[in-house]
Every structure is written in structure tokens, then in C-alpha cells.
Design a protein around this ligand. Structure first.
Ligand code: SF4
Ligand code: SF4
Length: 415
């Protein structure tokens, strides 16, 4: 399937504040045991997931909105997820789906993506596979052996949706005590081995399953972000391939600017809350629904009710007294002083503060320009990293991430 790139989040900017995103925790089940999981405590309650009928009522009452952010638990463990997505597409005319996965269920991810593309043809799907480090590091952090499986999932996503501009391919990495020492090498390797549109890194947040995994400070996070800044220029070029000069220029300006702006805000809020210099629009433009029906204005704030107490009617929830009080309490972030590092809300809020956004974009582009340095991501460098971190190249070969040694030997005369 070869299609033109769909309208991305970056070119649907507007300042009119209304419900724009629903964050749906699809299930409280997970097949991993990540050390840095901030939702482990919620999942441990083992409450039943919302039923399809409950979610149907939510969709029927939400009205049109743009983005459905899936979360969990592991979304692929919810068997009726494709039907749920299709229902939001039909009823609510969603244009963007954010689909995070730990990548363990490779074939299911591919089957579901094909189905979503077939049945929701105008929708962009941002598929984000978690990959936290090289081989054993990833497996230790994730609590289950899944590095090669996640790598295979990424390879198959690329094989199946290479030219499909509606499928945006991402890798997400959370920095902890396990991977912090190899993170720069890992960012280099990921760029060289996977044909993805972006690789986001973030510091572990919230109350983590394992104590002591959060090791970054504002200073150390800024150092990492500055070191990897040149990669965002490379990713911008990759996204802009096939566009005309104006398209490439605009892509670079928005992509580099938004990534740097988000990273700046995140770093400034790591040690202590620090004003974003723009309104946080949580509650006005976003609604979070937990797997068991509790709902919130924002993932990092306490639940303010349960959808079942509102007949699963989204209008009653977002216009109800509890939500009004919560928005008043947050006071666009300034009153609650709960400024956080959460990228989803930072990005969402940036788009609703257009004046601030433009000045941030110019500043962020200027900063990134100063950080540019030559980057060598060639086959030799990638092989060295694979040797250094004891990556099983036979497995990479089997997955198809590297050419087979027989082919290489035939081509070069060297095995
Ligand atoms: S971080 Fe995600 S994949 Fe890991 S245990 Fe938590 S819900 Fe599961
Ligand atoms: S600043 Fe952060 S924690 Fe506070 S409401 Fe906004 S997104 Fe939530």
C-alpha cells in the first residue's frame, strides 16, 4: 500500500480549546514486568476492564474529537481493541491513533495494523514500540526476555508499511539506572538499524514498580538530550524524504523545534515543578479513562470519578462539577503547580498555545543548530556496537535486520 503521508499532529495546530484527545487505558493486564512501570500499582488492583458496552457508550457520547491515545496495560492484550478503534473512527471521526506496544505480540500487531488501515483509511496510526537498550539491558528493564521479539516487530512493521505515510513508526525508550550508561550508543544503533520516524527518550516518571530506577537529574538529562540533538535533524531529514524543498524545510522546522521544546520542558521539570511558560490544557482538551472506569483530567493527577457514575456519558463527565472543579484547581498548571515531564500533555498543550509555540520553535531550532556535529552511523560502527553489547547477530540476521553473512561474503569476498 503506497499512500501519501497523512496530516500529522504537527500540521493540525489550532488554538480553540475543546476536547481533542481521549487517553484510553484499554486493559489492566500486561505481559511484561517493567522495572520503571508507573502503572504497576494500578494494575495490581486487578479490577475488571471496562466492557465493550461501556466503551461503546463513551464513544457514542463523546462527539467528534481528534486523537485516541491507547494505553494500558499492554493494549494488544485487549482482544476487542480493533473493534473499539473502528467504533471511535466511525462515531467520533478520529484522525490520529497513538498505539504504544511492548512489541511482544509481533504477528498480532501486524494483523491489527493492517485491519486498522483497511477499516480506518483516513486515520494516522502512530505505532510506538518500546525498546529500552541493547539485548540483556532491555530484557532486564522489561522483566521479560523480549528484545529480539520487539526488534522483529519493528522490522515487520517497516516491511509491511514502509511506504504507507499513514503509519508513523516510533521507538520509545525510558531511561533508568539500567540503560543510562549505554543510552548514547543505543540512540546511534537504533537510528542505524531501524527505519523509524522518531525515537523518543524520556526519564522514568511517577511511582515506579522498582524503587531506585530513576537516576537522572535535570543536568544529566540535559547532557543526554544535547548529545543526541543531531539525531533529530537526521530524523527530520528521513521524514522529509520524497517531499519538495518547502515541505522538507517546514518538516525540519516543526519536527526539530517541537522535539527540542518538549525535551527542554521535560528537563526543566525533572528535579522540581517548573512553569512550562504556556498553559497546560489538561481537562479542557484531554480526558483520561483508566481501564477500570476511573477518569481524570491528566494521567498524573488523581481520578475525579468513575465513568459508571456518569452512565458512561462523556459530555456529563467533561461538563460535570468534578471536572470543572479539577480544571479550576489545576488553573492551567499555574495554580496546582504540578508542572510535569509528560510528553503527551506537553505536546498537546503546545498546539493550543500557538503564540508561545512559534517563539519556542524558533528558539529550539537555534539551539539545535548550535549542537550539530558530524555523526557516523555506518555499517562498521553498527557492527562495533553489536560486538560491544554482545548482540546476537545470528538473531538479527534471522529477523532480517542485517544482511545474511552468506550474502555479504558473496558480495565482498569476506565472511
Ligand atoms: S510499562 Fe507498559 S509494558 Fe511495561 S509493565 Fe507497565 S504497562 Fe506493561
Ligand atoms: S502540568 Fe502535568 S501534571 Fe499538571 S495537569 Fe498538566 S499534564 Fe497534568
Amino acid at each position: 500500500m503506497k499512500t501519501k503521508r497523512g496530516g500529522s499532529s504537527f500540521n493540525s495546530l489550532n488554538s480553540k480549546r475543546k476536547l481533542e484527545s481521549i487517553f484510553l487505558f484499554t486493559t489492566g493486564k500486561c505481559n511484561a514486568k517493567c522495572a520503571m512501570c508507573f502503572y504497576a500499582g494500578d494494575m495490581a488492583k486487578k479490577a475488571p476492564d471496562l466492557s465493550f458496552e461501556d466503551i461503546k457508550k463513551l464513544s457514542e457520547t463523546a462527539g467528534p474529537f481528534k486523537r485516541l491515545w491507547l494505553s494500558g496495560g499492554e493494549p494488544t492484550l485487549r482482544e476487542d481493541l480493533p473493534e473499539i478503534i473502528e467504533m471511535f473512527y466511525r462515531n467520533n471521526h478520529i484522525t490520529d491513533i497513538n498505539f504504544p506496544t511492548n512489541g511482544i505480540k509481533t504477528d498480532l500487531v501486524i494483523d491489527w495494523l493492517k485491519r486498522i488501515r483497511r477499516n480506518c483509511p483516513d486515520c494516522n496510526v502512530s505505532i510506538s514500540v518500546s525498546l529500552d537498550g541493547f539485548g540483556e539491558t532491555h530484557d532486564t528493564q522489561r522483566g521479560v526476555p523480549s528484545f529480539y521479539r520487539a526488534a522483529e516487530t519493528l522490522k515487520k512493521i517497516n516491511d509491511n508499511f514502509k511506504d504507507d505515510g499513514h503509519v508513523i513508526k516510533n521507538i520509545a525508550t525510558v531511561i533508568t539506572k539500567y540503560n543510562v550508561r549505554e543510552i548514547i550508543d543505543f540512540v546511534t544503533w537504533v537510528y542505524g538499524r531501524f527505519n523509524v520516524s522518531t525515537h523518543t527518550i524520556e526519564a522514568a516518571r511517577g511511582v515506579t514498580r522498582e524503587e531506585g530506577v530513576k537516576v537522572l537529574t535535570e543536568t544529566s538529562l540535559r547532557e543526554i538530550q544535547d548529545t543526541i540533538a543531531p539525531f533529530y535533524l537526521l530524523y527530520a531529514k528521513r521524514i522529509g524524504e520524497g517531499m519538495n524543498a518547502i515541505g522538507r524545510g517546514l518538516t525540519k522546522f516543526f519536527y526539530v523545534g517541537l522535539m527540542r521544546a518538549m525535551y527542554n520542558i521535560r528537563a526543566a521539570n525533572l528535579d522540581k515543578p517548573s512553569c512550562w511558560n504556556m498553559d497546560c490544557t489538561a481537562g479542557e482538551t484531554t480526558l483520561v479513562i483508566d481501564y477500570d472506569g476511573r477518569f481524570r483530567a491528566c494521567e498524573l493527577r488523581e481520578p475525579i470519578g468513575n465513568v459508571k457514575d456518569y452512565d458512561c456519558d462523556v459530555q456529563k463527565m467533561i461538563h460535570g462539577d468534578a471536572m470543572k472543579k479539577e480544571i479550576e484547581t489545576i488553573g492551567y498548571g499555574y495554580k496546582a503547580n504540578c508542572w510535569c515531564t509528560h510528553g503527551c500533555w506537553i505536546m498537546s498543550s503546545i498546539t493550543f498555545n500557538p503564540g508561545k509555540m512559534i517563539s519556542m520553535l524558533f528558539k529550539s531550532n537555534r539551539e539545535t543548530k548550535r549542537l550539530i556535529r558530524p555523526i557516523a552511523v555506518n555499517e562498521e560502527a553498527l557492527r562495533e556496537l553489536e560486538a560491544k553489547y554482545r548482540i546476537d547477530r545470528n538473531k538479527l540476521e534471522k529477523i532480517g535486520l542485517i544482511p545474511s553473512s552468506v550474502e555479504t561474503a558473496a558480495r565482498t569476498g569476506v565472511a
